[in-house]
Design a protein around this ligand. Structure first.
Ligand code: C2E
Ligand code: CA
Ligand code: CA
Length: 403
C-alpha cells in the first residue's frame, strides 16, 4: 500500500497522530524530515517503547532499504509534519557505488543490530532480502587483507621502482634514451614481483595512498643523481602521480620537502598526471603551476582516454602529451587510426608540447611514428621496464655506443 501512495510523490504531509509506517511492513523508501517531529517506537512484550524522537534534518526508514528487511519500528507524527521521500533507487544506487569495504561494514553493523534486537525480543530472525552477496563480501575482505599487506610492504621496504626507457625517436640508432618512466613494483614475499595492476587501485583508495605516493617520489628523486651520472645531466625521470595524491592539500609542500631532502634536480623530473584531474580545471591549474614553479615538468598521461576539454589544454602549462597505447596500437589496424595520431601530434606541436607515444610493440608502429615526426616513444619493442641496475647499465651502454 505504501508503494502506491508514494508513486510520483516527492513529499508527504502527516498530521499529529498519523502513522508514517508500521513495524513489520515492507519498506520501499526512507524519509527526510523537512518540518515537524516524529516518534520512533517498537513493541516489546506487547508494550510500546519509544526509541527516539526526530525533527527537521533527521533521516529515518533507511535500514529496511539497505538490507531489504521489514520495518523494525513504527513511526508516528507528533505534530503536522512534512517529509521528503528518499527513494529506494536513490539509496541503492549510492550503496552500489560505495567503496566495497564501506558497504561490507554497513551491512555487518546492520546485521548485528538486527540480530541483537531479535535476540532481545526473543523472535526468530527474518531472512534478509538483500544482504551483501558472498562474492561482494569476499571482495571487500580481500581488499582489507590487501590493505594490511600494503602497509607491511611499506614498512618492510618491499616496493621497488622499475624504469622503462623513453627514446628520442629522432635518433635512428635506438641508443637515444631521453629519459625513463618510473613504474612501481611490489616484491611480494610469496607472490613474487607484482605490477601495479595487482594493487594500485586498492592502494589509491586506502589511507596508504599518500605514503606510497611519497615513497615513489622520494625513491625517484634519490635515484636521479645516479641516472645523471650514467647518462648525462639531460636524462629525465618521469613519475606517475595518482589523482588523490596530486589533489592532497599540501602536495606542493611535500614535493618541496622531498626535493630538499634528496637534493634532486626538479628540472630533470617530470610528473605524470591524468586527464581526469583536469575536470576540476581551476584547481588543476593552480596545482600544476605550483609544481612548475619548483622546476618540475608536467606530462599528461594516457592522453585521449579521458575527458580533457581540448579548449582548456592551451591554458595549462603542460610540457608533454603521452599518447595512450590504445591509439598507437590502433594506428595500423583501424581506418582512422593514423589520422588520430596525426591530429594529436599536430595538437602537441602547435601547443609547443612534446609528444611521447606509449606502448610501441611493432616495428611498423615505430616506423610510422618516426614518419609522422613523433618526438619520443616507449614500448616493449624498444625496451621493457627494467630494474634500477639494468636501466643504468642500458643507459651507459647507449652512451658508449652513441659516442
Ligand atoms: P602507465 O602510466 O600508462 O604506464 C605504462 C604501462 O604500460 C606500464 O605498465 C608499462 O609496463 C606498460 N607498457 C609499456 N610499454 C608497453 C608495451 O609496449 N605494451 C604493453 N602492453 N604495455 C606496455 P605497469 O608498470 O603495469 O603500470 C600500469 C599503470 O600503473 C601505469 O600505467 C600507471 O597508471 C600505474 N602506475 C605505475 N607506477 C605507478 C606509481 O608509481 N604511482 C601511481 N600512482 N601509479 C603508477
Ligand atoms: Ca604513466
Ligand atoms: Ca600511460
Amino acid at each position: 500500500m505504501e508503494r502506491s501512495l508514494l508513486e510520483g510523490l516527492s513529499h508527504r504531509v502527516f498530521q499529529a497522530g498519523d502513522t508514517v509506517f508500521r513495524e513489520g511492513e515492507v519498506g520501499n523508501c526512507a524519509y527526510l524530515i523537512e518540518q515537524g517531529r516524529v516518534e520512533i517506537s517498537t513493541l516489546c512484550d506487547g508494550i510500546r517503547m519509544v526509541l527516539a524522537e526526530m525533527g527537521p534534518g533527521d533521516l529515518f526508514g533507511e535500514m529496511a532499504i539497505i538490507d531489504g528487511r521489514p520495518r523494525t519500528a513504527t513511526v508516528t507524527a507528533l505534530e503536522a509534519t512534512r517529509l521528503m521521500i528518499v527513494s529506494q533507487a536513490q539509496i541503492r544506487a549510492r550503496l552500489h557505488d560505495a567503496d566495497p569495504v564501506l558497504r561490507l561494514l554497513l551491512t555487518v553493523v546492520l546485521e548485528r543490530f538486527r540480530h541483537s534486537k531479535e535476540t532481545l525480543s526473543g523472535s526468530l530472525p527474518e531472512p534478509a532480502l538483500t544482504t551483501l552477496p558472498t562474492a561482494d563480501r569476499g571482495d571487500a575482505i580481500a581488499r582489507m587483507v590487501l590493505e594490511s599487506e600494503l602497509q607491511r610492504a611499506l614498512e618492510q621496504n618491499e616496493f621497488e621502482l622499475f624504469y622503462q626507457p623513453i627514446f628520442d625517436l629522432g635518433d635512428r640508432s635506438d641508443h637515444g634514451i631521453a629519459g625513463f618512466e618510473a613504474l612501481l613494483r611490489w616484491r611480494h614475499p610469496e607472490r613474487g614481483l607484482l605490477g601495479p595492476g595487482h594493487f594500485i587501485d586498492v592502494a589509491e583508495q586506502s589511507v596508504l595512498c599518500g605514503a606510497i605516493g611519497r615513497w615513489v617520489i622520494s625513491e625517484a628523486c634519490r635515484r636521479q643523481a645516479q641516472f645523471a651520472a650514467a647518462g648525462g645531466e639531460q636524462v629525465y625521470l618521469s613519475i606517475n602521480l595518482s589523482a588523490r595524491q596530486f589533489t592532497e592539500d599540501d602536495f606542493a609542500g611535500q614535493l618541496a620537502a622531498i626535493v630538499q631532502a634528496t637534493g634532486a634536480d626538479p628540472g630533470r623530473l617530470t610528473l605524470e598526471i591524468t586527464e581526469r584531474l583536469l575536470l576540476d580545471f581551476e584547481s588543476a591549474q593552480v596545482r600544476i603551476e605550483q609544481c612548475r614553479a619548483q622546476g618540475f615538468q608536467i606530462a599528461l598521461d594516457d592522453f585521449g582516454t579521458g575527458y580533457s576539454s581540448l579548449s582548456c589544454l592551451h591554458r595549462l602549462p603542460i610540457d608533454t602529451l603521452k599518447i595512450d597505447r590504445s591509439f598507437v596500437n590502433a594506428m595500423l589496424q583501424e581506418s582512422h587510426g593514423m589520422s588520430i595520431i596525426r591530429a594529436v601530434l599536430d595538437l602537441a606541436h602547435n601547443l609547443g608540447m612534446r609528444a611521447v607515444a606509449e606502448g610501441i610493440e611493432l616495428p611498423a608502429e615505430l616506423a610510422a611514428l618516426r614518419e609522422l615526426k613523433c618526438g619520443y616513444g616507449q614500448g616493449f619493442l624498444l625496451a621493457r621496464p627494467l630494474p634500477l641496475a639494468e636501466a643504468l647499465a642500458r643507459l651507459q651502454a647507449g652512451q658508449s655506443a652513441a659516442a
